[in-house]
Design a protein around this ligand. Structure first.
Ligand code: NAD
Length: 267
């Protein structure tokens, strides 16, 4: 039976480290958060980020902008925050209204204030192994892997999902640990080869968003399984991996909820 890789205890440990680092600073750091219009999802994120930030001694400066704001006005607002020396970090809440292209506007955040690590300059630094600010979810996955104490050198690691926020940057971080990385995606499934790759994985990381995509019986005996997926099935939240069957074969597995999620906000 697999050991559970829970995110909460790790998140608490990292928070303690942040708290002590923050308390040694002369001035309280300020995280500016921008929400555009009303959205229940964004409001939930804001609430949890505010609670986390304030608990760590970080000031959470919340800005709510009009639903119909133009892209240009939003960019000007971001530039004001860039120029404001009292603001250390900027975060833009998703989802955004349809007139706003996140990829376009996020490029206007100063790379050193880009707490989500999604500015092209920060993503680019991952390629050179020099990133200081990492995208949150890949950073959370690396923390979970690190907590197992397993050396990734030469390990067969299979990442399912190649999105810009999870799979792609995560694969680069894994390469830096000298893992042998296979990246699977919709094309792999389309070619009927997903099972074949998953069966080889000594470390399996899945970030797709399809409940039950990864059959428990595909999981290699003794594998580490990190399930990033979040899916609502009826009144339950589940991952992308068939948990009960996978748990019997894996050495370590993340629960959903309670695995990657709690660490992401902290990172
Ligand atoms: P995305 O939609 O941007 O990307 C999905 C990826 O899955 C793509 O690479 C796509 O090619 C691949 N894919 C789709 N269908 C597939 C199939 N049948 N077989 C193989 N690959 C397939 O998604 P995302 O933003 O990367 O998020 C993925 C999942 O992770 C979602 O469930 C999301 O809610 C979750 N997520 C969780 C956290 C967290 O903190 N726990 C953070 C981010 C995302």
């Amino acid at each position: 039976m697999a050991k559970l890789l829970e995110g909460k205890p790790l998140a608490e440990k990292i928070k303690e480290e942040i708290k002590s680092e923050v308390s040694s600073l002369k001035k309280k750091p300020v995280l500016a958060s921008i929400q555009v219009g009303d959205n229940a999802g964004a409001e939930a994120y804001v609430k949890s980020q505010k609670k986390t930030a304030e608990g760590l001694g970080i000031e959470y400066q919340f800005h709510k902008l009009n639903q119909d704001i133009s892209e240009m006005s939003l960019i000007e607002f971001i530039q004001k925050l860039n120029a404001d020396k009292s603001v250390n970090g900027i975060i833009i809440q998703m989802p955004l209204p349809s007139q706003i292209d996140y990829k376009k506007i996020s490029q206007f955040i100063l790379p050193e204030k880009d707490v989500e690590g999604m500015h092209p300059a920060n993503i680019g630094k991952i390629v050179f192994g020099k990133a200081k600010i990492l995208p949150c979810t890949p950073a959370a996955v690396m923390e979970l892997l690190n907590s197992t104490g397993v050396n990734l050198y030469g390990k067969e690691v299979v990442v399912v999902g190649h999105s810009e926020i999870v799979g792609k940057p995560l694969s680069l971080l894994l390469l830096d640990k000298f893992a042998t990385v296979t990246i699977c995606h919709i094309g792999t499934s389309g070619a009927g080869k997903l099972e074949e790759h998953v069966r080889k994985a000594e470390v399996l990381i899945v970030a797709v968003g399809k409940a039950g995509l990864i059959k428990g019986e595909w999981v290699k005996e003794g594998a580490i399984v990190i399930d990033v997926g979040i899916n609502r099935v009826g009144d339950k939240i589940v991952g992308d991996v068939e948990f009960e069957a996978a748990e019997k074969r894996a050495a370590y597995i993340t629960p959903v909820p309670g695995g990657v999620g709690p660490l992401t906000v902290t990172m």
